[in-house]
Design a protein around this ligand. Sequence first.
Ligand SMILES: Nc1ncnc2c1ncn2[C@@H]1O[C@H](COP(=O)(O)OP(=O)(O)OP(=O)(O)O)[C@@H](O)[C@H]1O
Ligand SMILES: [Mg+2]
Length: 333
Amino acid sequence: MFTKVQIKLTLLYSLLFLSLFWAFSFSLYFWMTKSFGEDYISQVKERHSQLGDTDDFEDVKTTVVTVAGDIALEQLFALLLVINGVSLLVVPTTSWFLVKKSLEPIKVAHEKQKQFVSDASHELRTPLAIIKGETEVALKKTRTIKEYKNILKSSNEEMVRLSTLVENLLFLARENPKNNINFSENVDLTDLISNIVFRLNPYIKEKNLKVTLKSPSENLVTRGNKQLLGQLFYNLTDNAIKYTPVKGNITLDMVRDRNWAKISVRDTGMGISANNKSNIFDRFYRVENSRSVIKGYGLGLSICQSIVNYHSGKIFVKSRLNKGSEFIVLLPI
Ligand SMILES: Nc1ncnc2c1ncn2[C@@H]1O[C@H](COP(=O)(O)OP(=O)(O)OP(=O)(O)O)[C@@H](O)[C@H]1O
Ligand SMILES: [Mg+2]
């Protein structure tokens, strides 16, 4: 598809530039012919008569001027011919490379989009296949109430996973959320984060983790969308819980750093290798060793990245394999 577009655009640009080139050359040649023609000679004659030259001398001069004009025109013609000949080769080649270069980012975005759709379809297929299989097996014969309950419970779990996935996909597919989301709410980050820790408490207890919340004496308040900021810190805390082994430590630290609210989510978990650090914010990217053991879609951090961008903030990660990770978020105050 892109090669076709590249060929078409190259032809179009070449035609445009060559037409301009040729039109300019013709105009120049035409104008020069006129200038070196009768007008020019009559002007020379007039000058000579003013200076009082003899007729003989005037004739010789006129002939010299005419011949000089013809030679100059011939040379100009040859030059324009060479330039236009070279342009026949140079213009299409240059256009080809320029078009290729300008199409490159569109090509990358297209590839990413294709990958996103294919990954999304793949992830949607798994829970759907489980629900389909379970219900088909359930319908094959009459079952006890307990069996039906188990099947319904398992299907319900898959449906919850499915709806979370669909919600995440819809979030990432949004074109320009700035238009219909209120980003000017006053958000008390201290309250927001304490609330998230409270909501995640069952999972914290399940893994016997120690969570420490450090906040400044004065509550940190930023402007933005409360729901989205809640999702941002929920995803980061959820990751810290998921990727930290039993009895580990998690620290949520909030400080004011000049005009920024700096929030860090630190854990003593499995950490991320230097190779993987640059990819973890990509959609559907999961580090291989966590993929097999811990459930997830690899969308949480790309959602975090989008939310931070909408709030004109920054997010970065520091991590050491098997030592722990720290995700730092900076939000303007
Ligand atoms: N605190 C962390 N410690 C170690 N690895 C992490 C941490 N946070 C993220 N990762 C790695 O980055 C990957 C991407 O994280 P992300 O939150 O985007 O997806 P996920 O947690 O796998 O799935 P979900 O879509 O449910 O959030 C994870 O799969 C994990 O390998
Ligand atoms: Mg996650």
